[in-house]
Design a binder for this molecule. Structure first.
Ligand code: ADP
Ligand code: MG
Length: 411
């Protein structure tokens, strides 16, 4: 099985294999096969819960779902991924309630629950999944799983839901059913991205714009460096950063940090220093940032998204490199969500001549993105791998992020 479905033939083969596997598992052919991708975020990190800007792109790695409707109100799910241990999970739709057992089936069950909660006439289904999205690598395998399920049910029950609505329902499933307090970026990326583009999303009003991102045409490559680590403190730190953002917004008298204009950042930081008495230039001791630093990250990060778009619109893709690297420094020093492995990936890539690099996703492990000249890509990847070996870290997984299509029906 190919990793990234590079060609139409690859995609067709995988769709066929997924349908065949469905038939083996459930003893009948599926009605169809659907796909939803993983994603990387090019820029705009930890902004989606501050009503800010994000700019993800879909990866060629996808989660496929072969599915057929059932008439008895039962949802059965089976995954080729090891998370499912090869077992079919069977759930009654009318007995679904949030915070079930914490297993992987909570994601598809959460989708059925969210659709029904929204009053949509969704019935039972059999689903089999096959995924090439790395799990737990910060590439949003969870949103791919949610969105492919939502799209399959949308089609099976002719719900006619718009893509952004599918994404919102998927976010609701993850927030309220699975219990992960994620923003709207990942589900929107999986549902709405298009081939050859990065997706600009304003998370306040959910307006979108497909921004052409023709890496290959410009002789560039965006590498994903999956560090293969996930540090335990991630979940608690995420909640803490969210709370600090809310505290900052409250102290500044705004609804969300999105409402602090870049030009007013110095004044906002002065006001916070006066109110909190904190110096605004360091951590209070437990590794957490102070509120000024958190505000500074969010406000400057929103600005960086706008700057990246301006440079892409001007046809100067190379010029986004430094913005990525400055964005990493802001996540590392101000927002404090990086880790040694991510910092090393960014540093080694820069030393090897990359145009820019940053951690992507929530942080504390997961993946980094590296913008490189195409001819230098292999050498940069090799240097990052060497640096990991020299530091005694496990070898990272490095592959190109080709801007790919969002969720779709394959068969
Ligand atoms: P990420 O979204 O960054 O990959 P998460 O921790 O948010 O990491 O989501 C990973 C979880 O999603 C897995 O532990 C598993 O429960 C579920 N998951 C994702 N893809 C699949 C799949 N193909 N089959 C079964 N479970 C999956
Ligand atoms: Mg996730």
């Amino acid at each position: 099985m190919t990793d990234t479905d590079r060609t139409t033939a690859d995609r067709d083969r995988r769709a066929r294999q997924t349908a065949e596997r469905f038939q083996e598992v459930y003893g009948a052919a599926p009605t169809g096969v659907w796909a939803a991708p993983g994603r990387v975020n090019l820029i705009g990190e930890h902004t989606d819960y501050n009503d800010g800007f994000v700019m993800p792109l879909a990866l060629p790695h996808t989660t496929l779902a072969a599915a057929a409707p059932r008439t008895d109100g039962v949802l059965r799910v089976h995954s080729g991924d090891s998370s499912g241990n090869g077992q079919i999970a069977e759930l009654r739709l009318d007995a679904l309630h949030p915070a079930s057992d914490g297993g992987w089936a909570g994601y598809p069950a959460g989708i059925a629950w969210a659709l029904r909660e929204a009053g949509l006439p969704v019935g039972g289904a059999d689903l089999h999944y096959d995924s090439t999205v790395p799990v737990g690598a910060g590439l949003s395998s969870s949103a791919a799983l949610e969105v492919v399920t939502a799209l399959a049910l949308d089609d099976l029950y002719a719900l006619g839901l718009a893509r952004q609505r599918l994404a919102q329902l998927a976010q609701r499933a993850e927030n309220a059913f699975v219990g992960v307090p994620c923003g709207i970026m990942d589900q929107t990326a999986a549902a709405c991205c298009t081939d050859g583009h990065a997706l600009f999303l304003d998370t306040r009003d959910l307006t979108q714009r497909q921004v052409p991102f023709d890496l290959a045409g410009e002789g560039l490559r965006l590498l994903v460096v999956d560090t293969r680590v996930k540090h335990e403190l991630g979940d608690g730190a995420y909640a803490q950063r969210r709370a600090m953002c809310e505290r900052g917004a409250r102290a500044l008298g705004v609804h969300a940090l999105r409402d602090v204009p870049y030009a007013q950042l110095p004044a906002a930081l002065d006001r916070l220093a006066a109110e909190t008495g904190a110096p605004g230039d360091g951590a209070p001791g437990d590794g957490a940032p102070d509120v000024q630093a958190v505000v500074r990250h969010v406000v400057t990060e929103n600005r960086r998204v706008e700057d990246v778009i301006a440079r892409l619109d001007a046809g100067d893709t190379r010029a986004i490199g430094p913005l990525l690297t400055v964005g990493h420094a802001s996540l590392r020093d101000d927002f404090r969500v990086s880790c040694a492995e991510l910092d090393l990936a960014v540093e080694a890539a820069g030393a090897a001549g990359a145009l820019g690099a940053r951690m992507t996703g929530g942080g504390f492990g997961g993946s980094a993105v590296v913008l490189v000249e195409e001819p230098a890509a292999d050498a940069v990847a090799a240097r990052v791998t060497e640096a990991f070996a020299a530091a005694g870290y496990a070898a990272p997984r490095i592959f190109p992020a080709v801007p790919s299509a969002g969720a779709r029906r394959l068969v």
